[in-house]
Design a protein around this ligand. Sequence first.
Ligand code: ADE
Length: 342
Amino acid sequence: MLTPGPEKQGVLAKVGLPEDQEPELLSLRPELLKEYIGQAEVVETLKIAIQAAKQRREPLDHILFHGPPGLGKTTLAHIIANEMQSSLTVTSGPALEKGGDLIGILTHLGEGDVLFVDEIHRTPKTVEEFLYPAMEDFAVDFVFDKGIHARSHRFNLQRFSLVGATTRVGLLSAPLRDRFGIFRSLDFYSENDLVKIAKRSASLLGVRMDDGGARELSRRSRGTPRIINRLLKRVRDYAEVKGDGCIDRKVVDAALTLEGVDGKGLTDLDRRYLKTIIEFYNGGPVGIEAISATLQEESDTLVDVVEPYLLKTGFVLRTSAGRKASAAAYRHLKMPRQAGLF
Ligand code: ADE
């Protein structure tokens, strides 16, 4: 029933996808569940669902992944298609501008194929409405003419699996959310899992790295495999130009300090975000729109990319009145606290 095939990626599919898709970084992605490090419960859920679907010769249930960027949502979609021995079609919510864009993709899917929709929360409402019957009944309804002449025609689709990914599960409408059979959140990776990922990637790239180097890189990668793989390449360059090519703790420290990545993995934008709360708003509480206006950064970028890790590490606290910098943030930035603030 399910035959392996190449990834289909039309012109539409490329719009709005993350830009860190260089071939060398892509080659570091695990291709099968047994190669995947971390997210043990998600992996176990998928193993069971995939085996069950194969035994019943059915397509996999629709799956929704949510969590911050870089934690493996896209990688898992590729793995799912590989494990199901089916073709993967990749698109994203913002790329689906009109109903016709989605219908074009849906009508070309084969039995058991996987359709990956990244940033699914950004799918326009008019397009989302085509997804409901497609997900539930494997059908799309075309409407011809308007008003009293309007006629509808139902077109049956092959049974496919939708894999959706979102950084903002709260923005997903209830009817869409309810149509996913499997709903899993991806969390930041533990340092030990990141060490394993760093070593795996170094070995795939043919780079020599000792345990101290792998641990330092893991500590400074914001719990995120995508960041570890990107930083590993910068550290490799540094080791080859300034050293003997071998990555140890000192090389990681020197290379990442040069990149503006500090001992806790915070970047320049993270530090500017924290300093804005502390210096402009007395440590908070302050609303995200005020921080965004002062920093001149999109509030979506702050909410999706910057805040999740700062919240996870406790540098920022979210209260009903707004964001606050924690005592740990003051200590980390070596900034004095005003008396009576804590
Ligand atoms: N590369 C990026 N993410 C990975 C993961 N979770 N496991 C193994 N290698 C990876």
